[in-house]
Write a protein that binds this ligand. Sequence first.
Ligand code: PLP
Length: 434
Amino acid sequence: MPPSSTRSLSPVWHPYSHLKTQRQMPRVIGGEGPRFILESGETLLDATCSWWCMIHGYAHPRLVRAIQQQAGELCHVMLGGLTHEPADRLARELVRVTPEGLNHVFFSDSGSVGMEVAMKMAVQYHQLSGRPGKHRLLSLMKAYHGDTAGCMAVCDPEEGMHSLFAGYLPQHHFAPAPTAPFDAEPEAVTTDLAALRQMLERHHHEIAALLMEPLLQAAGGLNMTSPHYLLGARRLCDEFNVLLVFDEVATGFGRTGRLFAADHAGITPDIMVLSKGLTGGYLGHAATLATDQVHDAFIGDTPDHAFMHGPTFMGNPLACRVALESLAVFEEEDYLGKIAALNRVLREELVADEVLAAHPAVADVRTLGATAVIETHTAADLAGVADWAREQGVWLRPIGRWLYTMPAYITTETDLRRITEVMKGWFRRPGPRG
Ligand SMILES: *Cc1c(COP(=O)(O)O)cnc(C)c1O
C-alpha cells in the first residue's frame, strides 16, 4: 500500500518528479502577461515562461482571439490527402522568416517529434541518394533533443537524464560540447572544431547528420557558444557530405537575440526544427524545415521515396492559426527590440555584478538574448531555491546546478529586475550559506 499522502494526490503523473517525495503541486487557475495565478490567490512572476514557450506571456488577447476565431471555423482536419489555409499560410511564413533556402515544411505536434522527423529525413535522404551506410548521427555532449527514444539516443549519454535507457537505445556518435563563449574570436573555436573534424574524419562514412542546438545548449546546462562554431560546423558538414540539423526548438523565435540562432552566423542548416515558441506556447506544435536539396531527393518512382511519417495532429488548424498570430505580433511589436532591452538588463544586473561573480558558490554567470544563467558548483548550492523564490513571488525552476531565467519577451524592465533581484538574493540571503 502506498503511503496515504501519496494516495491523496491527484492521478496526474507529473514529469521529472520523484513520486516518493513530491508534494501537492500548486494549482494554476489563470494568468495574464508574465504572471500566473494560483488557486491560493498567490500570483507568481514566471521567470521561465513555462519551459521557454510562453513568449507573449499568458492570456495575450490577440492569440486568444485567433484561437477562438479558428475554433469557430475548423478545429481539426487530417493533413493526409487534404490541406487548409492556416497550414499553407504558416508554411509560407516560416519559409519567409527562416534562413534562405529552407523552402519545405513538415509539421508535427511537439519538439521531440519534430526532431524524430528531422533524423528520419536525414537518414532517408542519404538512403535515397545511394548512401545507405550513412545511418548514424553525430551529436554533441550536453545536448538535449527530447524525450522520445530516437531523441534520447542523441541526448548527452551521461548527463542527459536518459542513461538508464542506454541498453534500449540505438548507438550514435558524440563530439565534445563546444567551449568557446558567444563572443569568442574566430581562432578561439579552433579546438572545438578540431574535435568535430576528428569525429567526422573517423566516422563520416556512417554519419547521416550532425545535430546541434545552435549557440545555446539549453536543457543540458545553458552552454553558450560562438557563431564561428556554427560557421565551422557548416563547412565541415559540406566537406564530409553530412547534413547539418539545427534543433532550434529552444533557440528559435528570438531567444538568442536574433529571430533564429542560425541568423547570428548567416548560415542555412539543411534541416531546422522549430517548436516551443512557434505557437507562442498556446498549443503544442512543431515544424521541421528542409532545403530543396533534401526535399528533392524524395522525388522519385519507388515506394521508398515517400516519407513515411504522419502525426495525426500535424498541421492542426488551431495551432497553425495561433502560430501565424504569434509571428505577426512578434514582427509588428518589435520583439527583437524588446529582447535587446531585456538583454541589457540581464547584463547590467547579473553579468556585471561583481559581488555575485565573487560568491563562492558561483562558477559562472552568462547571458545571451533573453536568457541568463547563474551556474553554481553543485546542485546542492541551489537546494530550496524554487520554494524560496516562490515566497518572493517569482517562479524559478533551476535545472541541476543552473539557476536561469528565460522570461516572456513582454516582461517589463521592472519585472525583469524583480526576477534578477530574486536570483541574486538567493546568494545574499542570511543563513548557513551566508
Ligand atoms: C524542449 C526541447 C525539445 C523537445 O520538445 P518537446 O516539445 O518537449 O518534445 C527538443 N529540443 C530542444 C532543444 C528543446 O529545448
